[in-house]
Design a protein around this ligand. Structure first.
Ligand code: FER
Length: 303
């Protein structure tokens, strides 16, 4: 895992100019259409049309041989859609401005961001949709998406999604953080970096990261160990605002995880461990917090 030097995890303020449009960025937001099926039923026909919004960095070139990009899947919160991050096809937003500037200034390597959604036509229960989203991700999105875009997975039918896991991150805000913890628990084989923003793990019930932190931490550790991974195999950059309604759910969960040092090693930089919680000053349960966690967390993703 530790093939690189990671910067210090501590919170830093976003330079104001990072959130406004800079001249002539060559990045693009495009639409990725796919078909999906009713949740966990792999044998059901993929009859539902859905789409993701995709950020392609400046200079992205599908045809350049050997040119591979890190990929982050990014998922929205309640009552939102992928537009919350990326606006829409051909749009620019604070998120795209931030990514443009971080790449241009060398804080991160150029990456692809795939903004997906847990909304669907067949189930109205948001919590169920979040906890089942992984089936859609693994069965219907990743194989097609990573064949179409130049991620590090070259042969998406084989073991390549596993081999390339250090070049793949998952992040989400609020209900999207609920998804992120679920992906951590069940899809560690394909992802090595996780950035849950403003939300806790709901495997043991809604906001159970707050009400049952020790059980939640033990559950995560158990399933990570069961899938054969240890503390050196993954990193979690979690975060929320100091005035965030999810903070009382997230912080107890992180504190419980800190005690399970076989699996989670709390640290000031990922050179020394794999878990950090960034609490952003003067931030609530909103996009400002997500922007802050993206700014602070992304330079620590990918190995
Ligand atoms: C949390 C995780 C998710 C939380 C709230 C949510 C208050 C989502 C709420 C919603 O979208 O309605 O820890 O804490």
């Amino acid at each position: 895992m530790r093939n690189r030097k990671y910067p210090c995890n501590a919170y830093r303020r976003i330079p104001e100019e990072y959130l406004v449009k800079s001249a002539a960025s060559g990045s693009r937001v495009v639409r990725f259409g796919y078909r999906t099926r009713n949740r966990s039923d792999e044998h059901d026909d993929a009859v539902y049309n859905k789409y993701a919004l995709v950020y392609l960095p400046e200079g992205y070139d599908e045809n350049a041989p050997g040119n591979r990009y890190n990929v982050m899947y990014l998922i929205h919160g309640g009552a939102c859609t992928p537009e919350w991050y990326l606006g829409g096809e051909g749009c620019t937003t604070e998120v795209t401005h931030l990514l443009d500037r971080m790449i241009r200034d060398g804080l991160i390597e150029p990456l692809i961001v795939c903004a997906v959604s847990w909304l669907n036509e067949y189930c109205e229960d948001a919590a169920i949709n979040c906890l089942d989203f992984r089936y859609e991700l693994v069965n219907d999105i990743m194989p097609l998406f990573e064949r179409q875009y130049r991620t590090y997975a070259k042969d998406v039918t084989g073991e390549d999604l596993v081999r390339s896991r250090k070049h793949r991150a998952f992040s989400g805000y609020s209900m999207g953080a609920v998804v992120t913890w679920n992906i951590l628990e069940y899809c560690m084989d394909k992802f090595a970096y996780f950035m849950p923003m403003s939300g806790d793990c709901w495997e043991l019930g809604m906001t159970a990261g707050g009400s049952r932190p020790d059980d939640t931490a033990a559950r995560l550790a158990r399933d990570i160990r069961k899938s054969g991974f240890t503390a050196v195999d993954f990193c979690i950059y979690a975060g929320c605002g100091d005035a965030d309604i999810a903070e009382p759910n997230l912080t107890p969960q992180i504190n419980a995880m800190k005690k399970l040092t076989d699996t989670f090693v709390y640290c000031e930089s990922f050179n020394d461990g794999n878990l950090y919680e960034c609490i952003c000053p003067d931030c609530g349960h909103d996009l400002k917090t997500a922007l802050n966690i993206l700014y602070n967390g992304l330079p620590k993703m990918f190995g």
